[in-house]
Design a protein around this ligand. Structure first.
Ligand SMILES: [Zn+2]
Length: 332
């Protein structure tokens, strides 16, 4: 029968370094900073437009003329980069609007660069917001998305963005060979300095729901499972990433983030190029909805989520929380 409490003879008492805030700060392994944030912006034609997106409280579709003020605010908060998504004026089967030199995205790039040349401008390169069927490529008569026919349109779209002054183009269509097609097109036209951030491991995810309202890009038939990745697969993500690096990607990406942190870690271990993670619309909206109901502490949960991306190995975080998180970090 045990008669006394045994003394703990531990060599390691991990609580020693958790005792005070200063000690904890000294041994903190991951750092979260606005320097790593990329803020997505939905841009549309017109003037004076700032249309709230219902399923994404705090996010708007903004007309080009209001971008300088928006970017000014981001700059003041220390957020160095924006990722532009265009809302098409009109849609057709071949995504004609996507390659126009005076389209909404080229206009937005020029406007931002004139007002704030230091702001890094990334552009999403995909046709789903520009096609009437809402798929990310050119659709054949039998309804299948034609990989190779889509490459030319994506490359032309990327060139239109590079000509307007984009720093980084970001192909997100998940067509095989899209990075190579874009790299060749840009180099031929003399845009050897325009970088490519590849949406390398982009999953066919239900977490994109709110975004589709924002960009008006929901597929009108079928789904995107024949080109986006299947959620059960992780090794395949590494193959996607290696293929993109071989084709010339300067930055690779995993999307979505929260439910795919294992993939972020695998990719981090597989390549040395900068790795971005997309903290997608559904992740943002879940946080907002739960906070609105008073069920969670928005600031604490938001920062914990963003830190998880850094801990998993992401260098860059594309997030709708960029502005708020920059403010939260200032206050902490
Ligand atoms: Zn798309």
């Amino acid at each position: 029968m045990l008669t006394r409490t045994p003394t703990l003879k531990a060599t390691y008492r991990l609580r020693r370094l958790r005792r005070t805030a200063s000690l904890r700060r000294m041994v903190q392994e991951s750092i979260l900073s606005p320097d790593d944030f990329i803020y997505p912006l939905f841009v549309q034609e017109g003037t004076g437009q700032r249309e709230p997106i219902g399923a994404m409280p705090g996010q708007f579709r903004i007309s080009v003329d209001l971008l300088p003020a928006e970017v000014e605010q981001l700059s003041a908060l220390g957020v160095p980069a924006v990722l532009l998504f265009g809302i098409a004026e009109y849609k057709d089967a071949r995504a004609s609007c996507a390659t126009q030199r005076d389209g909404v995205v080229p206009q937005a790039i020029r406007t931002i660069k004139r007002a704030h040349p230091e702001m890094v401008v990334l552009t999403d390169v995909c046709v789903c917001a520009y096609t009437e069927h809402g798929h990310c490529g050119i659709v054949r008569e039998d309804g299948y998305v034609d990989n190779d026919a889509s490459l030319a349109v994506l490359a032309e779209m990327a060139l239109a963005h590079a000509e307007a002054g984009a720093d980084i183009v970001a192909p997100s269509a998940m067509m095989d060979g899209q990075v190579q097609a874009i790299r060749e097109k840009l180099d031929e036209a003399g845009f050897t300095e325009t970088a490519i951030m590849a949406y390398s491991a982009k999953y066919a995810s239900a977490f994109y729901g709110p975004f589709r309202e924002a960009a008006d890009s929901a597929p009108q038939f079928g789904d995107r499972r024949s080109y986006q990745m299947d959620p059960p697969n992780a090794r395949e993500a590494v193959r996607e990433v290696l293929a993109d690096v071989e084709q010339g990607a300067d930055i690779v990406m995993v999307k979505p983030g929260l439910a795919y942190l294992d993939v972020v870690r695998l990719v981090r271990e597989a390549v040395d190029v900068p790795l971005a993670v997309y903290n997608v619309s559904g992740e943002y909206s879940m946080l907002k909805a739960a906070a609105e109901k008073g069920w969670i502490d928005e600031r604490a949960v938001g920062l914990e989520m963003l830190m998880a991306f850094r801990r998993a190995g992401a260098d860059l975080i594309i997030t709708y929380l960029a502005k708020e998180a920059a403010q939260w970090l200032k206050g902490s």
